[in-house]
Design a protein around this ligand. Structure first.
Ligand SMILES: [Zn+2]
Length: 491
């Protein structure tokens, strides 16, 4: 049941193994458990799988007989072949096989367990073929992955999985008649496997093959990109967002001013207590004041998420890739799912930890611009963590000067060729930054020059030095600007 549940989810190889199912009855059951939690899924699976086990003529029981004979005849030769190929002794002489009725073979390295699919048809070949495939994984895992001095040790989980699956291409026709057919693999790996196979055919040297594969791997592995999902903010989410804007009167964004412009009904209540930082009290006060209006807003705008989603989808992949190249860093795994809430709020806050941000209803091009702006923050702070080992969470939020820096750098980071070719747009940092003058030179012009003349790592470090050195001046001039002008901007 474990394999059925795991196999019906998406894999890193670009398609769900559910598509490997070759008969209608199994497919119907698999379709029914997709997306279900453990208990309801097992409720469906248990009687279905138990019947296969009980029926002595079932494919499962026939396979077990075939496997027993196949292993009796060939297991020893298979082990010898692997020792020859990898030039290392078998890491174990004992394996446990679980025959599974779901078309996914998988292994548990620590316990030497192999899940073997109960079929010899199509791509599956004889059981010994499957054993060689999985046992090659074991050799590779213990002798390379677990070896701290090997570069294989440093690969990410996804990279290691991708590499180990591709390496089985060497279980080819030369191993016949020990095996019944050459090893097959995932369609997304064909090109990588081809170059590995050519290398193997030329040298027959597994160590060199690993070295070669490591060098080529980055050119072939499909890099996963983040996706943004839009939804409407609930009234509680909006109230929560508004509650922390009330005490904010300083900084480059005059938050409470912007808030009262959008919700004049709140102004008379809070105007005399702007220093009230008790968030819970604010929430209690705000909710009854805005609920009715917000409900009406939601009814009118219930299609917005879908509309924005369609606008954004055309830009998502191109932008995510261009930004990753711009900042010279991969997207972290925890950033693959970004959520965007839409609601009646005066600014667009972003939350680095939860990979989410909020926007208000806006024109098409601003939806795109804002999404790019907020995603830029997510990846910029990843870059920050890489550059400055002693980073702290509080640096990522107002009022820290590093937060100022992250907003200042929106302009030079996003106005680059790669991103402009995805979305031609003049990205602007906060208006207040363009008025800041230090030693007779506009700050934004100075920063842009740094970015023109340095690689991204040096540009960020040098801009950081410059902003730190002039922190007081920047803060002062931004505050003055905010007090003189109130404009609607994003965070
Ligand atoms: Zn921002």
């Amino acid at each position: 049941m474990w394999n059925w549940r795991g196999g019906t989810k998406d894999s890193i190889f670009g398609y769900a193994t559910i598509n490997n199912i070759d008969n209608d009855a199994d497919r119907k059951i698999a379709d029914r458990i997709v997306g279900l939690k453990k208990q309801p899924a097992e409720f469906i699976l248990k009687p279905y799988l138990a019947a296969k086990k009980a029926n002595s003529a079932s494919k499962l029981n026939k396979f077990i007989k075939v496997a027993e004979k196949n292993f009796h005849d060939k297991f020893e030769d298979a082990c010898k072949a692997l020792e020859r190929i990898t030039k290392r002794p078998m890491i174990s002489n004992k394996f446990t096989f679980y025959v599974t009725t779901f078309p996914r073979m998988t292994v548990f390295f620590k316990t030497f367990v192999i899940y073997m699919y109960d079929s010899t048809e199509g791509v599956w070949g004889m059981p010994i073929d499957g054993f060689l495939h999985e046992a090659l994984h074991f050799q590779f895992y213990y002798y390379w992955r677990e070896d701290k001095t090997s570069p294989v040790f440093k690969l990410s989980e996804d990279e290691f999985d991708y590499f180990k699956e591709a390496l089985t291409v060497i279980l080819d026709d030369e191993l016949k008649p020990l095996i019944s057919m050459a090893d097959n693999s995932y369609p997304s790996q064909v090109e990588f496997r081809d170059i590995l196979h050519k290398h193997w055919q030329k040298y027959h040297d597994f160590d060199r093959l690993v070295e070669f594969g490591l060098k080529e791997l980055p050119n072939y592995i499909k890099k996963e990109l983040p996706k943004i999902t839009f939804n409407n903010m609930s009234v509680d989410e909006v109230v929560d967002a508004l509650s922390w804007m009330i005490p904010e009167t300083d900084g480059p964004l005059p938050l409470s001013e912007l808030l009262y412009r959008l919700y004049p009904e709140l102004k008379s209540v809070f105007n005399h207590s702007v220093d009230d930082k008790k968030n819970a009290n604010n929430i209690k006060t705000i909710k009854p004041l805005i609920s009715k209006r917000y409900d009406e807003y939601l009814v009118k705008n219930n299609k917005l998420p879908q509309e924005y989603q369609e606008i954004w989808n055309g830009y998502n992949d191109g932008f995510m890739k261009a930004l990753s190249e711009r900042l010279n860093i991969e997207w972290p795994k925890d950033c693959y799912k970004i959520t965007a809430g839409i609601g009646l709020i005066p600014v667009c806050p972003r939350h680095i930890k939860s990979r989410s941000f909020e926007i208000y209803p806006m024109d098409q091009k601003y939806v795109i611009e804002t999404a790019m702006h907020e995603c830029c923050h997510f990846l910029f702070f990843e870059k920050w963590k890489e550059l400055f080992e002693k980073w702290k969470w509080k640096e990522f939020d107002s009022p820290c000067i590093i937060w100022y820096l992250s907003e200042i750098l929106i302009d030079p980071i996003l106005n680059c060729k790669g991103i402009q070719s995805v979305f031609m747009y003049n990205f602007r940092s906060y208006d207040s930054f363009y008025d800041v003058k230090i030693d007779g030179e506009y700050m934004m012009e100075y920063i842009n020059k740094i970015f023109q003349n340095n690689n991204i790592e040096d540009a960020i470090t040098k801009s950081c030095d410059y902003v730190l050195m002039n922190e007081l001046t920047i803060r002062e001039q931004c505050n003055d600007y905010s007090k003189s002008k109130v404009s609607s901007e994003k965070q």
